[in-house]
Design a protein around this ligand. Structure first.
Ligand code: PDD
Length: 282
């Protein structure tokens, strides 16, 4: 079952008009929210970021937070009980094709649930490979915009190279992954690039930094140079659908010992414990 503009219906019966501005211009924003055993994870944070994205494209939020919460609860209840992720998608609605905003048009609101397959133990034990590429996206990467063509092309480079992710560099600095945030470890310090217009403010990124702060893991938020990335002892990626994954090869070269490192193992354990605690308390 999916949600579209006020109705729950089977996905096969869901259609949008061809003049929807999401289809024509990619004029919209989205969210991806993991749901563990029917419990949406960090929901308030995801809804706050949705508001930030809507503000960024000057689109009024069609619903209050409590309405979003109840729609999300219904959608989760109507889908299978296992782990899933919710995709929320809001566009500026349907109108005659003209770049400027249309007047008096209702936004299109779409939500769907998909089974969530988090990375298995094997990937956490062996780690994954990544490549690098120049970050050729726009100047508002903090908006979770549905116009994802650069991310699609950059992510495909990783797939073509039989790796998990493309790590992006802009002006000689690490920004993020094509669909993830990136952390590195150097001299036993966890380093994260600052949240600004160059990257998506990841919900998992924030949680990792919260866990690091609460557990006395030395960390610093600052610009990370390409050299620092390439000579890091550890590299890891985070996202709502991948959680936290160690990157052990970069552009074919080993990262540190080419095995998941101690900081990754500690953060992953803290993340899994946090998740278990939240789910127990529901
Ligand atoms: N993407 N950066 C980009 C460009 C992303 O697309 C994502 C997540 C992240 C990580 O953010 P979070 O921790 O809030 O998931 C960072 C989602 C999963 C997607 O587009 O499917």
């Amino acid at each position: 079952m999916i949600y579209l503009n006020g109705k729950f219906l089977p996905i096969e019966q869901a259609y949008i008009p061809v003049l929807d501005r999401g289809f024509i211009f990619g004029d919209g924003v989205y969210e991806v929210i993991p749901v563990y055993s029917c419990l949406p994870f960090r929901l308030d944070e995801h809804l706050a970021r949705l508001q930030h994205s809507l503000d960024g494209i000057r689109l009024a939020n069609p619903y209050t937070v409590s309405h979003w919460r109840s729609l999300i609860e219904s959608l989760v209840a109507q889908n299978e009980g296992g782990d899933q992720y919710l995709y929320l998608h809001i566009t500026r609605g349907t109108a005659r094709r003209d770049h400027a905003f249309p007047a008096g048009v209702e936004p299109t609101v779409f939500m769907m649930s998909t089974p969530l397959a988090i990375p298995g133990q094997e990937l956490l034990t062996t780690g994954v490979a990544a490549i690098t590429a120049q970050d050729n996206r726009w100047g508002r990467c903090d908006i979770k915009a549905i116009s994802l063509l650069p991310n699609v092309l950059l992510r495909q480079l990783a797939v073509d190279a039989c790796t998990m992710e493309t790590i992006l560099l802009r002006d000689g600095l690490l920004t993020e992954g094509a669909a993830s945030n990136i952390f590195i470890v150097r001299n036993d310090v966890l380093l994260a690039p600052p949240k600004d217009h160059r990257m998506l403010p990841g919900i998992t990124y924030d949680l990792i930094l919260e866990l690091a702060a609460a557990n006395a893991i030395t960390h610093e938020i600052r610009d990370i140079s390409e050299y620092e990335l390439r000579t890091a002892k550890e590299i890891m990626l985070t996202s709502s659908t991948k959680e936290i994954l160690p990157i052990v090869r970069l552009d074919g070269q080993p990262v540190g010992s080419a095995l998941p490192g101690a900081v990754f193992r500690q953060l992953n354990e803290l993340y899994q414990n946090y998740k278990a605690t939240v789910m127990r308390g529901k």
